[in-house]
Design a protein around this ligand. Structure first.
Ligand SMILES: [Zn+2]
Length: 457
């Protein structure tokens, strides 16, 4: 392994600086000591200022009595070790929806930005996240260092994420890049493919940041329809899980290195980014404490075992989150990263099981279906009684004769689908549509929709 040619993630020296470690190499003990101290402060802050978090006291006592220890006035803020965190109750997406304002720990005057997340497919109130100016500064600082993994001063980065609103992800990213001497080229989500190709032609970026399916569509449109070949140094994919099939296609089309970002608004937009080894995300461990728990029992899982990603914010004041359940499935990869850092590595997030029809995840479908030439997006509706999947494929041009056959062949590469079809317990219908020049859907996280067998749109 050519580890001497792989740059160590810049997150390590940045985190060392934040922890006040200088004159020696950062060690896990440094990180863990800091995290424990910060967890105590976060829990104390949240408990004192957020109405919702008064439950933390009850949670701690309840857990203690469950463990059969002698009842006593134990101070909930006195987490004796990182492992004690498991005594505290989770915060869920439902809590955010239904009791959002009670999680707020500062006055409205101190709130710089409110992000409203309209989760598609669910009814009821949306999630709202509140950030102070300091909270936003933490994000900008993370973006600055994270982007230095894949850019250098003098580079030009096309930002295919929304940035018109102050404090939006594209806006903070542009701010971060400027601080490193990198020129941001704001664009917004890719909707109009010719316009996006035009941007690449005109601005000649050295790198770009965007949503996986949108960037794939752009690459395929540029090559197959516009007849343009671009070379890029690097691409960062963000906002959704990243299929290998998309990474392979972008690497081929643009000759670029493809990096992946893991994050969500709840994390303060940024969570982690992989290094040149592309062997898992390195996390902003000075700002987030990440656990992996059993999705059913809620018990923390050991390194290497896949479960639900849960995080606690370590530095946010506006709306700290204590043990927030993300719904994402992943695990900590055992062993050191080839880049030689002491930071942990979170495996590429796999999404969660969706649809009871067949045991298949969206990332598995992504791997299979984006490998079909010309495909730029697809939607899946899973139904029961009888079990079926209705798949709509979008391609750049009117579907060639035989493309549906290619799609069925690709679907048989997914073990669960292949097995269910052979057993005669699953039917799959495929329809195709042509996107022309405009992408068919918004940038929301792509999931398997639940439907009724008789209803097909
Ligand atoms: Zn690494």
């Amino acid at each position: 392994m050519a580890s001497d040619t792989i740059e160590r993630t810049p997150l390590e020296s940045w985190i060392a600086l934040k922890l006040g470690v200088s004159g020696e190499r950062l060690r896990r003990e440094h990180v863990e000591r800091y995290q424990l101290e910060r967890l105590r402060r976060t829990v104390e802050w949240a408990h004192r200022h957020g109405r919702f978090y008064r439950r933390l006291r009850m949670g701690a006592k309840h857990a203690e009595s469950l463990q059969g220890s002698r009842p006593r006035e134990r101070d909930l803020l006195d987490l004796a070790s990182l492992a004690d965190l498991r005594l505290l109750p989770f915060t869920t997406a439902l809590d955010l929806r239904e009791r959002g304002p009670e999680l707020l720990c500062v006055s409205q005057d101190d709130v710089r930005r409110v992000v409203t997340l309209d989760s598609s497919g669910t009814t009821g109130t949306p999630k709202r996240l509140y950030f102070t100016a300091d909270d936003q500064e933490l994000t900008v600082d993370f973006f600055r260092v994270g982007m230095s993994t894949l850019t250098a001063p003098g580079d030009r980065v096309s930002i295919l994420l929304p940035g018109a609103v102050p404090g939006s992800v594209g806006d903070l990213l542009a701010l971060a890049l400027r601080r490193s001497g990198v020129t941001p080229i704001p664009h917004g989500f890719v909707r109009d493919l010719p316009a996006a190709v035009d941007l690449l032609r005109r601005e000649r970026p050295t790198a770009l940041v965007g949503v996986p399916v949108q960037v794939l569509a752009l690459a395929r449109y540029a090559e197959e329809v516009a007849g343009e070949s671009f070379r890029l140094k690097s691409v960062l994919l963000a906002s959704d899980h990243v299929p290998d099939s998309i990474v392979r296609e972008l690497t081929r089309a643009w000759g670029c290195q493809v990096f992946e970002h893991y994050g969500m608004t709840e994390m303060g937009l940024g969570g982690g980014v992989d290094c040149e080894a592309h062997a898992g995300y390195h996390l902003r461990e000075a700002d987030l404490y990440v656990e992996i728990v059993d999705p059913l029992t809620g018990e923390p899982l050991p390194e290497g075992v896949r479960g639900e990603v849960v995080f606690t914010t370590l530095t946010r004041r506006g709306m700290p989150l204590v043990r927030y359940r993300t719904g994402d499935l992943s695990r900590f990869l055992p062993g050191p990263c080839p880049c030689g850092t002491v930071l942990r590595r979170l495996e590429r997030v796999r999404g969660r099981l969706a649809g009871q029809t067949v045991d298949v995840t969206m990332p598995e479908l992504d791997e299979a279906l984006f490998a079909v030439p010309g495909v730029v997006d697809f939607a899946v509706v899973a139904s029961r009684d009888p079990s079926s999947l209705a798949i709509t494929m979008w391609s750049l041009r009117p579907a060639r004769h035989g493309v549906e056959g290619a799609v069925h062949e690709a679907l048989d590469q997914v073990p669960a689908i292949c097995a269910a079809r052979r057993a005669g317990t699953l039917s799959v219908t495929v329809s195709t549509a042509c996107v022309g020049e405009r992408l068919p859907r918004g940038p929301e996280k792509r999931t398997i929709a639940e439907g009724q067998a008789t209803v097909r749109k």
